[in-house]
Design a protein around this ligand. Structure first.
Ligand SMILES: *Cc1c(COP(=O)(O)O)cnc(C)c1O
Length: 356
């Protein structure tokens, strides 16, 4: 089994870190000095290498560009208060990546190898992990089919890459979402559970329509009846209703199995709160906001972390949720998970993986 010491590193000649303006960082627009690349051919993964960040050369018939065998993951590295650099729950991303690969008929990457590549890469880029409040290093592992072949069949060659972006907060203001009742993000039996590139391309047009109406994101509903809430953009969605934490069940294969959401659930259960993962109807949420039983609504995702939702568009109405300062649970859980990531609270769940 390959270990991280076997990863060959070709360092960049000159780091670009001093060119970064940390005050004006835009999410996903700045990149670190290196990337990790690993190629699959002849039925096996070749040894990963860390090389200077740069363009990839692609054959015009590159299979992924035509037929969409392309997946990604997203996770973050943090600078702890003692100076250590840690990655939040990469073991969970490793499992999800593997499941996505299987669904897309792509070769899996052994979970341990996935974690090792992440940790070694973050160690290489550790100077980019800022200790500024709210900052992190966003990691983007992804994989795509590279056969130069126009026929439709699973590719026989693939490329896996990890690059990283120093990032600040994703949403700088509370979020406004709109319930979508016409377009569908994911259908039962489809690929909604996998972090497949095409899911996001397909969502852009409906999301744009929502943005034209002043919403940041859509709140997707099920593709059959549009009566049940699924998730929002790149976040899972959670509610607090009469003190119970409620979130749509992942049992259907139309919802991405978010690690942030899972972490919130695990903390809530640890605190002895009641958590329900079940079908959540649009009707229940609308009525609950109107009668005051739904006191909190928020998105949960790596990029946005915990994003309070303050406005919910539904048909011709825009419902207001209680002010963010009144939200006991989401504020507390958000702070606690942040404290764990930064080493300010004890990591009792074993979520931090040390990179350096
Ligand atoms: C990545 C993603 C999420 C959030 O998952 P995390 O593991 O918490 O980052 C939720 N929904 C979709 C569609 C996503 O792509």
């Amino acid at each position: 089994m390959l270990v991280s010491n076997d990863i060959k590193i070709t360092p960049t000649e000159k780091s670009r870190i001093n060119e970064i303006n940390w005050d004006t960082l835009v999410f996903g627009k700045e990149f670190t000095d290196h990337m990790l690349v690993m190629n699959y051919a002849n039925g096996t993964w070749n040894a990963p290498e860390i090389v200077p960040f740069g363009n990839l050369a692609l054959h015009p018939a590159t299979s992924a560009l035509h037929y969409g065998q392309a997946l990604f993951e997203g996770l973050k590295a943090y600078r702890q208060v003692n100076g250590d650099v840690t990655v939040f729950r990469p073991d969970m991303n490793a499992v999800r990546f593997k499941e996505s690969c299987e669904r897309m008929c792509m070769p899996v990457i052994d979970e341990e190898l996935f974690i090792q590549t992440i940790l070694k890469f973050v160690e290489t880029e550790k100077n980019w992990v800022s200790d500024r409040e709210g900052y992190a290093l966003y990691l983007r592992p992804f994989m795509f089919a590279t056969d130069p072949y126009v026929g439709i069949r699973p590719s026989e060659t693939y490329t896996f890459v990890i690059f990283a972006c120093p990032v600040g907060q994703y949403y700088s203001e509370p979020v406004r979402v709109k319930i979508e009742e016409h377009y569908t993000r994911a259908a039962a039996g489809g690929v909604g559970r996998a972090k497949v590139a095409g899911n996001y391309g397909a969502a852009m047009y409906p999301a744009k329509l929502g943005q034209n109406e002043g919403f940041h994101q859509l709140l997707w509903t099920d593709g059959v009846s549009h009566e049940y809430i699924e998730e929002s953009g790149t976040m899972n969605v959670m509610f607090v209703k009469n003190g119970t934490i409620i979130t749509p069940t992942e049992e259907s294969d139309t919802i991405l199995r978010g690690i942030t959401k899972r972490s919130v659930i695990e903390v809530a259960q640890h605190w002895g709160l009641k958590v329900e993962e079940r079908k959540v109807s649009v009707k229940e949420v609308i009525e609950g906001i109107k009668d005051g039983s739904v006191t909190e609504m928020f998105g949960a995702g790596t990029a946005a972390t915990i994003a309070p939702i303050v406005k919910l568009g539904y048909r011709d109405e825009v419902l207001e949720l209680p002010p963010v300062e009144t939200r006991e649970f989401s504020n507390k859980v958000s702070q606690y998970i942040t404290d764990i990531k930064l080493g300010k609270a004890e990591d009792i769940f074993g979520w931090n993986f040390k990179a350096s």
